[in-house]
Design a protein around this ligand. Sequence first.
Ligand code: GLN
Length: 256
Amino acid sequence: MKKLFTKIVSVALIASMMGALASCATKKSLTVNKGKLVMATNAYFPPYEYYEGTKIVGIDAEIAEAVAKKLGLELEIQDVEFDSIIAGVQSNKYDIGMAGMTVTEERKQAVNFSSTYATGIQAIIVAEDSPITDIDTMIGGDYKVGVQTGTTGDIYITDEVGDERVVRFSKGNDAVLALSTGKVDAVVIDNEPAKSFVAANEGLKILETPYAVEDYAMCINKNNTELLNEINKALAELTEDGTIAAIIEKYIPSNG
Ligand code: GLN
């Protein structure tokens, strides 16, 4: 009798240990570092991500913070080259990439995208006295166009004008600086950062013809559908209760 009891107990013990192991395994696979949500971004993209002193703030940083909180995780933001974010997510260096990143069919081959949380527009910045008046004059003339490496602006413009006329920079504001100093004739970049850069640099303007409308989303490793689902659930709740709209409104006031 005693033996049978011991047997039952040990079977129960093994079963519960296996259960614990299994849940441990699922927990572990949710993020790269247990308890943390590691986000890769490029923090020179106001108002989505930029430095305030040594802290990275902005729409993406705050939405990620709210998502991490819902998931019971601590957010850690790593500032890296935009061009290295997708590869880092693929190799499980980071849990998510969030960088005003546009959802594209090509990127979807490499990573999963969350539901979109914002819209972006590709804009063209030129000098105030520039002969470039719209996208067609920019493409048609022999102008040099500055872009941020690997962005949709880079991809579209390279497609239109060819490599020789595209000058690539690792940060968006370096492209704008090159425009200010006459090294390039135009910069193609997302509209909201474009507004910040134009406000911060004299003698520049944004052309009124927006170039392409895009959706922003977080990218996540293709194998981690569990994290994708959790994030989408959190995003849905944060949309529903108005948190995301409030964060966007804080950085892009609709009446200002
Ligand atoms: N939205 C653009 C893209 O995804 C630019 C993003 C960025 O420069 N951070 O390519």
